[in-house]
Design a binder for this molecule. Sequence first.
Ligand SMILES: [Zn+2]
Length: 478
Amino acid sequence: MHQSKIDRRTVLKTAAALATIGLAPATLRAQAIAGRAAKALPARGEFVIRGATILSMDSGVGDFVRGDVHVRDGSIVAVAAEIAAPTATVIDARGMICLPGFIDTHVHLWTSALRAVIRMDDPKAGYFPVTNRLGPHYTPDDSYRNVRVGLAEALSAGATTVHNWAHNVRSPEHADAELRGMRDIGLRGRFSYGPAQNMPNDQPMDLDGLAKINREWMPNDGLLTLGINSRNVGSDPNPLRGNVPLEIVRKEWGAARALGLPITLHTSGPSPITYLNDAGLLGPDVQLVHPLLTTAEERRILKERGVSYSTSPVGEARRPASAGFIQFAELLEAGVKVSLSTDNASSYSFDYFAAMRMLYALHQHRVGQRVPLSAKRLVQLATLDGAIDLGVADRTGSLTPGKRADIILVRTGDINLAPAGTPYEALVGFAQPRNVDTVIVDGRILLRAGRFTALDHAEVLKEATDTVNALRTRANWT
Ligand SMILES: [Zn+2]
């Protein structure tokens, strides 16, 4: 009796502590099952970023050669040349560029630790053979650890929002583990629930599981949102990740829409756009990924239906020319919403500067001045356009008073940028993740002077190493 009283008190105390950082009771239960306690994230305080070169990505606010950003309780209060905020802590940002954090609109975080196995120069150990073979061996804890190591890297590279494209949801517990991984790192993000690796094409994803996850996690404190990812659709005879018939698409998309959830879909291989449009399935809640093989008529349809397209330049540039080229210029000309993504952190690293640089290089190589492309337009693609794609531009994507404080500071005194020219040129032409000094998400400082404030680097690394070694053993991968 005495013991149970103590237990109940301890549980209540823990629940109260966790409630202060925004955890639902159902989340608490799931966490207790996994036996893992979440570390508290840094508190949201009041601070003023002083003396930075500010790129607001909001035409109403404009840019400042030297200016201040005032943040209180997670919200941007003001952006101006000089702000008096006597009670605020000062972040000295002289010599730094201050801009909205990067928004990664498509990344498969569950594969992050598999970089230890995947080979770029051995087709038998390429991304698809490895993820197809090891994917079925994932436990929820493997999912959690992969998400954590991937997100830790994304954070250090300046991401403040990610769209976690989870196409290995082997059970609702796997989805729960990925969401906990996202919540524990503290980034903003969409979790797109999906099927499991190697699931038969005539079998829908676990839609009861989707409803359960929606019930238990949404709405939360506004940092995490939910959607679904769909397997490929259409006539590709050799699909890399399934190729589902129309009745399965209708079932899965219908279930998502009944819950008000958005949908995302790869368009690798022959384009399914006309097929989906004829079936009446396209709308502004659909995001497509990899704009490589669309026709002018299909781009017209995308514009008309309000569909967005995410491009992952670093990965797409590795594909053979027969797979198509990145149609960024064509999408801009057609007025289709476009955004930037990494795709995976198991074949190359999270690097939004490299992604902008690669897209610029490919654009110049194929299109050139026929469609002028500025460095500022690319920074907009990596920030505000991502927020528009993910439907969160009301709260992030620009340094606008009233929006949540998702902000990064990039040092311009480092040897690879200095002496810096225009800030946009410095970011797209020269910057690297190691120049990211500070990352703030929802008013919480998660990276400062290039170091994690709430994350044990060694622990995350050990967890990731252990998990990939165990997966390799279970899958008998030599
Ligand atoms: Zn992808």
